[in-house]
Ligand binder design. Structure first.
Ligand code: NAD
Ligand code: UD1
Length: 379
């Protein structure tokens, strides 16, 4: 099915009676489900035979023939239809109509703007979209009696880590270097307050470390708008010939080879982390989990692993540190293993191999190659 909510519904919904839906069964609403992590999670939910409804305003996802390109591919891969609404989570009447149309038991909330540098230039756009968007969603959930939310948080809430590996008891909100990161922290605080005020509400805060890689098919993957901000998509665009070389930000960190160390996590493992969190989202209260592998890899190690996976050279130069970067960050994810039964299983080699499969089969992501003379995105 594809339709905008406005086309689908001719009238505003009556406010339904507040009924708390069981969170384990029932339909899962995925906001931002056409994006990188969302599309992989939708695919895993469909493989589990869950009913899924996606809302996305396509601010960072490519349109396909009749619905977002990523979801058209998910449909092909799973053989199942995805119910999709093109809408902004800030549009409360349209969102309420979706809740009226479907018995939503749980929301997985990915919808957000995520470019760190852009958030420094346009802080209001980030607070409006990410924070106000979440509040709008929570208002509609309250109105419609849905009390279960899984939220895409980020390791960025830890700021500059005081000790490694970082577990969930580490202080948050201190020394966060950009507005994007602060939106994640603020939303976490809102959700904690909500769980105190409403004893029936369940919020699962998943703090992702560095999600990378792609589905094993190579048919869905990360498709950044413009030059990638993050390491792995940049490396893969160099490997495929869209960009001449990588800049390595800083070679003088206090790490084994001087380059930054991060906890890279395969997006399919991450998607499965959301499935593992579903039962928890039926338990009232605020539940917080790190999702990472627990292992740190340096920029140079990632370059080497990608070279091996792709068989391509990855030219690079070491340049100055990027403002706001920390030397090392990796997770203690043992709480997720203990309480959710989830553990990352895929290796850095798996991440690079799948990212390369996606990138080499889809040089320009979900888009057609740029027109003659248009050098955007090309080396
Ligand atoms: P993405 O940009 O690929 O996906 C986000 C989706 O949300 C996009 O399809 C976009 O069109 C949609 N969207 C944005 N604002 C919206 C709005 N107001 N209404 C409806 N749809 C909207 O990003 P992603 O990498 O898949 O990230 C998903 C979530 O995970 C985000 O909340 C992000 O902040 C968080 N996160 C991502 C990373 C990462 O490295 N990718 C790390 C930590 C946390
Ligand atoms: C960044 C964001 C973080 C966000 C996360 C996921 C910053 C300061 N942090 O995390 O808030 O949650 O992305 O979107 O932007 N690197 C290079 N060259 C590049 C790109 C990256 O050397 O072209 C290095 C970085 O310096 C870092 C490592 O690669 O050491 C990983 O960078 P990146 O993929 O951007 O992730 P984070 O910095 O961890």
């Amino acid at each position: 099915m594809v339709a905008t909510a406005a086309e689908c519904f001719s009238e505003y919904p009556a406010v339904p009676q507040t009924v708390v839906m069981p969170a384990v069964a029932g339909t899962v609403l995925v906001t931002g489900g056409a994006g990188f992590i969302g599309s992989h999670t939708v695919l895993e939910l469909l493989n589990l035979n869950r009913e899924v409804v996606v809302v996305d305003n396509l601010v960072n996802a490519a349109q396909g023939v009749v619905k977002p390109a990523s979801l058209e591919r998910v449909e092909r891969l799973t053989g199942k239809a995805v119910t999709f609404y093109s809408l902004d989570v800030l549009d409360k009447p349209a969102l309420a109509k979706v809740f009226k149309q479907h018995e939503i038991s749980t929301v997985i909330h990915f919808a957000a703007l995520k470019a760190v540098g852009e958030s420094v230039e346009k802080p209001l756009a980030y607070y409006r979209n990410n924070v106000n968007g979440t509040i709008a969603l929570l208002d509609v959930m309250e109105e419609c009696g849905c009390k279960s939310l899984i939220f895409s948080s980020s390791a960025t809430v830890y700021g500059s880590p005081q000790s490694l590996p970082v577990d969930e008891t580490h202080p948050t909100g201190v020394a966060i270097t950009n507005p994007y990161g602060r939106t994640k922290f603020v939303i976490e605080e809102i959700l904690k307050d909500l769980c105190v005020a409403d004893k029936e509400f369940s919020a699962v805060l998943l703090r992702y470390f560095n999600p990378v890689g792609a589905h094993a098919s190579g048919d869905i993957g990360e498709d950044p708008n413009g030059p990638p901000n993050n390491l792995m998509p940049y490396v893969s665009q160099v490997a495929v010939g869209r960009r001449p070389k990588l800049q390595v930000f800083g070679g003088d960190y206090d790490t084994p080879d001087g380059t930054g160390v991060r906890d890279y996590l395969h997006v399919v493992d991450l998607a499965k982390g959301h499935l593992a969190a579903l039962p928890k989202s039926a338990e009232p209260g605020c539940h917080i989990y790190n999702l990472g592998t627990g292992s740190g890899f340096s920029v140079l190690q990632v370059i080497e692993a990608f070279k091996k996976a792709s068989g391509r050279d990855i030219p690079y130069e070491v340049v100055a540190r990027r403002a706001g970067d920390v030397a090392s960050l990796y997770a203690d994810s043992s709480k997720a293993e203990r309480e959710l039964g989830w553990r990352a299983e895929l290796t850095l080699d798996d991440m690079c191999a799948s990212a390369w499969r996606w990138q080499s089969r889809n040089k320009y992501g979900f888009s057609a190659p740029p027109a003659e003379g248009d050098t955007n995105g090309r080396a």
